[in-house]
Design a protein around this ligand. Structure first.
Ligand SMILES: CC(C)(COP(=O)(O)OP(=O)(O)OC[C@H]1O[C@@H](n2cnc3c(N)ncnc32)[C@H](O)[C@@H]1OP(=O)(O)O)[C@@H](O)C(=O)NCCC(=O)NCCS
Length: 163
């Protein structure tokens, strides 16, 4: 099987950096590419301005387009992952894992000890991401989500201690 040469030489390694309110529109675009119910730029601006929030964005080379992000919010020592997303064309290359590991490292350095999240039971890529990074199921919320067809879907509550 042949691969285009750009697959090997064209893709730059994404750069991870702290996201600020200036990134609100870019994060909203990534979110819209990843979720059925999109959060708009105003919502991201509000979240990014919140002193309880922490967010990282992955960009395509310094100053390039946003490819993914992670957003957490909580009161020390506990926090919650509100959203993680990678644009479809850059999935499956370890970008979400990098974002998650970097964010957890920064949270631990800041003194956070516990990270929670909710994930839809049927979301295999996300569950794999979290399970591989040491998150364990601590609860279930039946009917917490709705599928595209409107059927109720279960949320798994997961936890990881980082201290
Ligand atoms: C979940 C998501 C962020 C993963 O991003 P990604 O950059 O492709 O993930 P990574 O490449 O870092 O892979 C992380 C793990 O998930 C696994 N994975 C990735 N895509 C997968 C898929 N389609 N099916 C099963 N596992 C998958 C990888 O194999 C990897 O596990 P490994 O370390 O055992 O190999 C991405 O699929 C996404 O944006 N999904 C839509 C939004 C979403 O569901 N966010 C999470 C909400 S809780």
């Amino acid at each position: 099987m042949k691969f285009p040469i750009s697959q090997w030489f064209g893709a730059r390694e994404p750069v991870l950096r702290t996201a600020t309110t200036a990134d609100a529109a870019a994060l909203a675009a990534v979110h819209a590419s990843a979720f059925r119910i999109a959060w708009d730029a105003d919502e991201f601006e509000r979240l990014l301005a919140d002193r309880l929030s922490r967010a990282l964005v992955a960009v395509d080379g310094t100053g390039g387009a946003a490819l993914g992000f992670i957003l957490v919010r909580g009161v020390k020592p506990e926090t919650e992952i509100l959203s993680v997303a990678v644009v479809p064309r850059r999935r499956g290359r370890g970008l979400a894992r990098r974002l998650l590991e970097r964010q957890l490292g920064q949270l631990a350095a800041e003194g956070f000890t516990t990270v929670f999240l909710e994930v839809e039971e049927a979301n295999a890529p996300a569950r794999r991401l979290y399970e591989r990074n040491g998150f364990a199921e601590v609860g279930r919320r039946a009917g917490y989500y709705r599928t595209a067809s409107g059927a109720p879907a279960t949320a798994l509550v997961m936890r990881r201690d980082i201290a």
